[in-house]
Design a protein around this ligand. Structure first.
Ligand SMILES: [Zn+2]
Ligand SMILES: [Zn+2]
Length: 68
């Protein structure tokens, strides 16, 4: 099995590698558990209440408020 050292996805929020143990997936991007929060109210999110918009994360409430 080939070993690919530089293949870890980068977190869009902080730019660091995301490992499987701490990943959260939204909008086809992988985020750290601790970076997976709303860009407006800073609330920590999970896959059920997040909305991704052009590489930024929002909670459902802020997303609705910002984008209708
Ligand atoms: Zn991060
Ligand atoms: Zn929010």
């Amino acid at each position: 099995m080939p070993f690919k050292p530089a293949d870890n996805p980068k977190c869009p929020k902080c730019g660091k590698s995301v490992y499987a143990a701490e990943e959260r997936v939204a909008g086809g991007l992988k985020w750290h558990k601790m970076c997976f929060k709303c860009g407006m109210c800073q609330k920590l999110l999970d896959s059920t209440n997040c909305s991704e918009h052009e590489g930024e994360l929002f909670c459902k409430v802020c997303h609705a408020r910002k984008f209708g």
